[in-house]
Design a protein around this ligand. Structure first.
Ligand code: B12
Ligand code: SF4
Ligand code: SF4
Length: 340
């Protein structure tokens, strides 16, 4: 058999993936091995910042066979999360990036991949598999690019031309050799909208993201205080950022039907007063739980400083007593408000 697996396996997996709600499911071959040039340059430039797990997981990303011995193919799936932005309530609120609204995608996307794995085990018990949704050392965007799920946008996102980049990636490495799909060509052309729109200048005009300048890194991943020069540029982002996707022409109209998503606009004084325990209880089952309580309190203080409203002063003054990164952020915010 040409591809070393029953020819029906690929269409079976693709139709199951569609039935499970995935927008796209395409195949990449594991050979030749993954080119790690961009990744190594990224690490060498120090753009991983505090995300040391990007360095420790580097070799597994280069050789998926270390995660699944005998891996021959990777099925790469896209799960759409496009939703319309609910109206801005104004006042002392901060905005959350759309990928983190509502329930935690790590759970509901992975659950679907596990169902696909169960179907695979039932019908093809001899085929080994290894799944990943964001939290394992798999080079997901590179597999997606190789499978042609989307093209690599200048903003570093995988983008389905004319459709969206608002989708999660899920991968299923397989020991079966499936017919690979082909990559899709660049669709950025001479567009530079994301480069111009990025508040912190994190997107390099010729590609590559300085992650340590990205608001998503600064608000979610970094424990350290945000460099002072970047704090005003956070604007109202309290968790993640969508600016480089919002301006991209490859976004279709967002569906605003159905229930309004939760955790879109957060009340900042409430966030600032929230203890670590309250944080864990409130954001159970939400991606917001990933940022420790103190990171969200710190971010809330930065955004309050940017809003410049004196009504925030009592909460900020109380937050200075916490000291550390939160106290520092609260003092900075008070000075910002005073300067106005
Ligand atoms: C670390 C990480 C981050 C970091 C660093 C992001 C980055 N660009 O490296 C931070 C915290 C900043 C981040 C932010 C976001 N992330 Co993130 N993140 C990851 C994670 C865990 C690893 C990414 C990684 O390996 N980075 C290292 C660099 C080298 O890799 P890369 O960007 O993936 O590289 C590709 C391209 O950028 C390109 N490239 C890299 N360098 C260069 C240089 C040149 C010159 C050229 C031409 C190309 C090029 O080649 C690579 C292969 O295609 C993945 C999940 C995973 N396990 O892979 C999710 C993942 C990439 N993130 C995701 C999401 C949703 C986001 C945010 C949109 C969240 C938000 N709204 O705040 C932002 C988007 C920011 C952006 N513009 O990229 C999705 C992306 C889905 C998609 N459609 O692309 C992923 C795949 C998670 C998932 N399973 O869905 N993220
Ligand atoms: S997510 Fe925001 S800060 Fe990060 S690259 Fe995109 S626009 Fe810039
Ligand atoms: S905004 Fe323009 S340059 Fe940036 S990713 Fe979209 S198409 Fe490419």
């Amino acid at each position: 058999m040409r591809y070393g697996a029953p020819v029906e396996l690929k269409p079976f997996l693709q139709s199951e993936a569609t039935r499970l709600g995935f927008l796209s499911a395409r195949v990449a071959a594991t050979a030749p091995s993954m080119s790690m040039g961009h990744y190594d340059d990224f690490l060498a430039a120090g753009w991983a910042g505090e995300m040391d797990w990007l360095a420790t997981g580097r070799d597994a990303r280069a050789q998926i066979e270390t995660l699944l011995p005998g891996a021959r193919s990777v099925l790469v799936m896209a799960f759409d999360y496009t939703r319309a932005l609910p109206p801005d309530p104004g006042g002392l609120t901060g905005r959350v990036a759309s990928y983190a609204w509502g329930r935690d995608y790590h759970n509901f996307v992975l659950r679907r991949v596990r169902k696909l794995q169960a179907a695979l085990r039932t019908h093809w018990p001899g085929v080994g598999s290894y799944s990943s949704v964001d939290s394992r050392p798999v080079f997901e965007r590179a597999w997606a690019a190789r499978a042609g799920v989307g093209f690599v946008g200048r903003n570093a996102c995988q983008i389905l031309p004319g459709e969206s980049s608002r989708f999660f990636l899920a991968t299923l490495a397989l020991t079966a050799e499936l017919e690979p799909d082909v990559p899709i060509e660049d669709h950025c052309g001479r567009c530079r909208r994301c480069v111009d729109a990025c508040p912190t200048g994190a997107i390099r005009p010729n590609g590559g993201l300085v992650a340590t300048r990205c608001i998503s890194y600064l608000t979610i991943e970094a424990d350290a205080p945000c460099p002072e020069a970047l704090r005003p540029l956070l604007g109202r982002w309290v968790f993640g950022c969508d600016d480089c996707q919002d301006v991209c022409p490859h976004q279709r109209e967002r569906d605003d039907e159905g229930e309004l998503p939760t955790n879109v606009w957060l009340d900042l004084p409430q966030l600032l007063r929230q203890s670590d325990e309250d944080h864990v209880a409130r954001f159970l089952g939400s991606p917001l739980r990933r940022a420790a309580g103190r990171r969200l309190r710190r971010n809330a203080a930065y955004v309050l400083g940017n809003l410049g409203d004196r009504a925030a002063l009592p909460n900020l003054e109380a937050a200075t007593r916490e000291g550390g990164v939160v106290g520092d952020a609260a003092e900075w915010a008070i000075a910002q408000i005073g300067a106005r």
